[in-house]
Design a protein around this ligand. Structure first.
Ligand SMILES: [Zn+2]
Length: 250
């Protein structure tokens, strides 16, 4: 059975959720994580986890969604934490030109890593054009973190090894199918260090609804991994699910 370790289920139309869940159940997906990007979105993820046994919740402030209200938001994040929260996610660093200031991003990232540590929770985080800073910041917490994963990994083998040295896993998405250097990274690192995801969110820019990525498509990522590593798909499913369960209590 497959586990999709990172999605934005909370952003879909509420009426759509039952059919999305039905489709992943038909495709042997046993668990899907809904990650929050803002306080509201995090609350929605918690509500989904309460409602469905095969949804786990992540709460967090996404670096691209940081506002001037970030101090209050961090306080609020601690308040909404309850037994339905499985991880602090989505957090991280995003160094695109349009992103909030690096200084604030780093502060908010550090604070949320600390919230995870204080509450015995893993982190699943985002890093765009910021692998080096992400690694340096995480290194300061080495030995204290409760595991986690770099989501939508798009770095080099060296960068993957650095993250692994911090006790984190590497999460591959559908980009594994089309990016050659990622296939090389996946080939070189152990299956014991890999988890899989779809990063699904409502893709309104795709007119054909059938073509939207959904958690059921995590199977396609597993198939690619099975091909690259020459391992049976059942083993890939079991290993990647076990790797997730090694850092998330469910
Ligand atoms: Zn995401």
């Amino acid at each position: 059975m497959f586990i999709d370790i990172h999605t934005h289920l909370s952003q879909y139309n509420a009426q759509e959720i039952p059919s999305i869940v039905k489709r992943w159940r038909e495709n042997d997906v046993e668990l899907v994580v809904s990650s929050g990007t803002t306080i509201n979105d995090s609350i929605k993820s918690i509500d989904l986890a309460k409602k469905y046994p095969d949804i786990a919740a992540g709460i967090g402030l996404h670096p691209s969604d940081i506002t001037n209200n970030w101090k209050e938001d961090l306080l609020e994040l601690k308040k909404i934490l309850n037994e339905n929260v499985s991880m602090i996610s989505e957090i991280g660093l995003d160094y695109q030109d349009s992103s909030p200031s690096k200084k604030v991003q780093i502060k908010v990232f550090e604070e949320q890593i600390q919230i995870a540590i204080d509450n015995n929770l893993p982190i699943v985080f985002h890093t765009r054009f910021s692998m080096e800073d992400s690694y340096n910041i995480l290194s300061n917490f080495k030995g204290n973190m409760h595991g986690g994963a770099v989501h939508y990994f798009d770095g080099s083998y060296e960068e993957a090894k650095n993250m692994l040295s911090l006790g984190l896993k590497i999460s591959f998405a559908k980009t594994l199918i089309r990016i050659d250097y990622l296939k090389e990274v996946a080939k070189k690192i152990s299956i014991d260090d890999i988890v899989i995801e779809t990063d699904s969110y409502p893709q309104y820019f795709k007119k054909n609804r059938q073509r939207w990525t959904e958690p059921k498509d995590v199977v396609v990522v597993a198939q690619e991994l099975s091909r690259i590593k020459n391992l049976p798909i059942k083993l890939v499913a079991k290993k990647t699910a076990d790797n997730f369960k090694s850092f998330v209590k469910i």
